[in-house]
Design a protein around this ligand. Structure first.
Ligand SMILES: [Zn+2]
Length: 281
């Protein structure tokens, strides 16, 4: 896990580097629809799992740079006004579906629910592609709703699904898959080497060695303020190491009777991180 490099300025720097090195940006629908694509391209995807305001912040950075991306909203994060605003700025809005898990693996009920949710999104914005939400706590995979039923995306007038884009994180296909999951890009670009931090991504894009990219950025992982940065880091650490870290963070916070000095909290978090996290690859 990288403890820095996931703030809005870092995100802007990453996009800037891509633009400066002639990468062309595509939404998922644009890419799936294109007969031919630019020699160097980035398909830019966002799964809005939480924190809609962070998605708005990322969309604003992109609009400022003239970049279009795809934002996949869950029913819990979909806000019609925000979606309409994003769409009017050129972004694609997609449905981040989780109907198979919600219906506990029943394909018929999942499709009924999927159809209803898709229709309700479409009352506000066009939806051309969908993307499965992952839920580690469920034994079911949302993409399986397509395997256990004869209905296809075309039956729903969809251009396609996010996972139909071929990409890999080690250069074994023509397109690099770069995901911020775990706040660590955790990829390897042939000719360049390991890509862990956002600085690595920027340098890989600048090196000329990086091929086309399928980039997934979860808005909730990109801090839009100093407080959010600390919150995110402690959340990620807690998720990976268990409650003991959460308790430590709380102790650190309470020591000052408020959030504490950001530098001090960050120092403590760094020391927790550097002692090694069991089970972390
Ligand atoms: Zn998700």
């Amino acid at each position: 896990m990288q403890l820095s490099g996931f703030g809005l300025p870092d995100y802007r720097r990453l996009l800037r580097a891509a633009l400066d090195h002639d990468y062309e940006f595509y939404t998922v629908a644009e890419y799936l629809d294109a007969a031919e694509t630019a020699p160097r391209s980035i398909v830019l995807r966002h799964d809005v799992d939480r924190r809609v305001s962070n998605a708005v912040a990322l969309a604003d950075v992109e609009a400022d740079l003239g970049i279009d991306a795809t934002y996949y909203f869950r029913t819990s994060t979909f806000d019609p006004e925000i979606a309409k605003q994003m769409a009017s700025n050129g972004h694609e809005i997609g449905y981040h579906y989780e109907d198979f898990v919600k219906e506990r693996g029943n394909p018929h009920r999942a499709h009924t629910r999927f159809a209803a949710n898709l229709a309700s999104f479409r009352q506000h914005v066009p939806i051309e592609t969908v993307c499965a939400h992952g839920n580690a706590l469920s034994p079911h995979l949302n993409i399986d709703m397509w395997n256990e039923d004869t209905r296809t995306p075309a039956d729903y007038d969809l251009v396609g699904r996010a996972y139909e884009i071929d990409a890999d994180d080690d250069g074994s296909s023509d397109r690099m898959y770069l995901s911020d999951t775990g706040r660590d890009w955790d990829a390897s670009v042939p000719g360049f080497g390991a890509v862990r931090s956002t600085d690595d991504v920027v340098q890989a894009l600048e090196s000329g060695d990086c091929p086309s990219v399928y980039l997934l950025a979860h808005p909730s992982r990109w801090a839009t303020s100093g407080v959010q940065r600390l919150e995110r880091v402690s959340w990620d650490l807690a998720a990976e190491t268990g409650k003991s870290v959460a308790n430590t963070v709380n102790t650190v916070r309470q020591a000052d009777g408020r959030f504490g000095s950001p530098a001090r909290v960050l120092r403590t978090l760094r020391s927790i991180a550097s002692t090694g996290i069991p089970g972390r690859k």
